[in-house]
Design a protein around this ligand. Structure first.
Ligand code: ATP
Length: 235
């Protein structure tokens, strides 16, 4: 497997408060990696640094062999990274407009093709394309967030807590959607506190106090005592 994303020795923080300390993170082509960590561990900061929404103090970021550490966000998106924040969609915009934004860099013809595909894949979104995103249920809104992220045909889908605010039923739905997307060879990096997401991951990385505390194949992580205590409620 070759590395699609390689973040090495990442240092950053907020004002003078350092949050990430020499953090390394790698995602291979087509691989699904779940980033676990308690509140405040630095997951959001790491993802935002990756997509260029947060300044990098030190370290390197390579994507598909290219040094992207100094590129503006728009260039990183164009290079094939899609980012879904915790909110995921613009609630006041329509479903169709949210999708159009996700396909901002496509030609008009490509955008139409992609939108048709998204409507086929997520029929709930096709029913009332002019309705505001806020009129959707929590689960449908996440669905729209994923569809919006997929519009630009990314190679890596980066997601911050897709389970946030969702009932267990909708969490299952989102996991199914992502498993399907992963089946198409899309690589994923998902920050989550909900361990159910490990079911769709090839590998887990545990962040603690801005440092990588454990990482490995999911089956091995589940045997790690510290990880079991912190995330599986068992000794
Ligand atoms: P959560 O699951 O709560 O989002 P997280 O693992 O994503 O947690 P971050 O949001 O990256 O963690 O936060 C890491 C640290 O940075 C925390 O100590 C947090 O208080 C601090 N922090 C986050 N955002 C800011 C900010 N805008 N200004 C100052 N400090 C911040």
């Amino acid at each position: 497997m070759s590395a699609l994303l390689e973040m090495q020795g990442i240092d950053t923080g907020h004002d003078r408060l350092q949050v990430l300390w020499k953090t390394d993170l790698r995602v291979d082509e087509g691989e699904a990696v779940v980033l676990l960590g308690a509140n405040g561990a630095g997951k959001t900061t790491l993802l935002r640094t990756l997509v260029g929404l947060h300044p990098l103090w030190g370290g390197s970021i390579h994507f598909a062999g290219e040094d992207i550490a100094r590129l503006p966000s728009a260039r990183r998106i164009r290079a094939g990274i899609a980012y879904m924040s915790e909110l995921g969609v613009f609630p006041d915009l329509s479903i169709a407009d949210n999708l159009a934004l996700g396909g901002y860099f496509l030609s008009a013809a490509e955008r139409r093709t992609q939108r048709r595909q998204m409507f086929e894949r997520f029929p709930d979104l096709a029913r009332r394309p002019r309705a505001a995103a806020r009129s959707l249920s929590g689960g449908q809104r996440k669905m729209l967030g994923v569809a919006k992220a997929l519009m630009g045909r990314p190679r890596l889908l980066v997601m911050d807590e897709p389970s946030a605010g969702l009932s267990p039923k909708f969490v299952n739905e989102v996991i199914d959607i992502l498993r399907h997307a992963g089946g198409d060879g899309l690589a994923m990096l998902i920050a989550e506190q909900n361990v159910r997401f490990l079911d769709l991951a090839d590998r887990g990385v545990v962040l603690d106090g801005g440092r990588v505390a454990a990482e490995g194949p999911v089956a091995a992580l589940k045997q790690d005592d510290a990880v079991r205590r912190a995330y599986f409620g068992m000794l």
